[in-house]
Design a protein around this ligand. Sequence first.
Ligand code: SF4
Length: 378
Amino acid sequence: MSAGIYIHIPFCKSRCSYCDFATDVYRNNDAVERYVNALITEITNQPKVKSQKSKVETIYFGGGTPSLLTANQLEKIINILHQTFSFTENLEFTLEMNPATVTLEKLQDFKNLGVNRASFGVQTFDDRALKLLARGHNADDARKTFELLRQANFENISFDLIAGLPNQTLQDWEDNLYKALDLNPEHLSLYLLEIHEATPLAEQIRSKRQPLPDEDLAAEMYELMLEKVAKSGYEQYEISNFSKPNYLSRHNSKYWLCEPVFAFGVSAHSFDGKTRWANERDTNKYVQLIESGKSPIVEKNELDEVQVAGEFAFLRLRLTKGLNLEEYKERFGIDLQAKYAEDLKHLKEAELIEFENSHLKLTKKGMVYSNEVFAVFI
Ligand code: SF4
């Protein structure tokens, strides 16, 4: 089975008000340089990962804002990856980018280094909402960066958009969708806003400076999105992900198919099919651990057969293909319908799941309330 590699680049131009990722505000190139050196040491020193035999078929630079790296820094990381792993021929190489963080020249350098997919954080085309989210760019910046990506011959671009923002109406969301579809990206990741406890946005909502987004309205936005996106030639393949034919994210699919992903950098999470492990979440501590010759891994969890079966079930359910019940029985020796008979009956009555050709799938409603279904298997 081929593997994926994830590299976390934690730096961002500023911090968005809803974000709870492991990120740091970009201060100067020295800090990035030091981090890149730590990353290279981590990749060089991981015996467990180096001893694995699978070829790598996807690389994903996520963050943070990986497009803040210089071409030189990116090249150094790529070189060490090539020295450490062997790659399949049709490598998918994604780099997350944010508007107004790249020039045409930089994009051409990235392309020459092998990046062949851009995951582009647009989030919304509404300037007022961008300000509320403290995104640090406006809608025009997003359009201009998209143009630059096309000029640099990026033929596989994914857009991230968020629905359910405070004060966002159904009409606003529809306008956003049309603006995204007008640009005709190959892939769309469309998320409903999640409010994370320790973020400025959560505080604004608690102190009633911003309204709590309405759950029913968010569900309507989700339904609208399914309808509009399907009409524009995109196929939904996962709860939040849509692609033109042959452009689904092979890297992200690895997570849903429980395939190995080796991750490096601060807060990076790896999985080799049996064990999950995670790195230190604080960038300074991560760098210090590596510089003092210690492992950055702070958590390791070997899954037993029951946990592997549970994860397999709920991750497959994220995919529109659903969970193949025969494959599940063959792999784990468990008759899922018998084992979870009572729970499945309730979920079916609530119209959250359906059975089709020996597959268990989420319904449209089940995709909005997927956590209620997943809870059965965790
Ligand atoms: S750009 Fe992305 S990772 Fe960076 S602060 Fe904003 S949401 Fe977080």
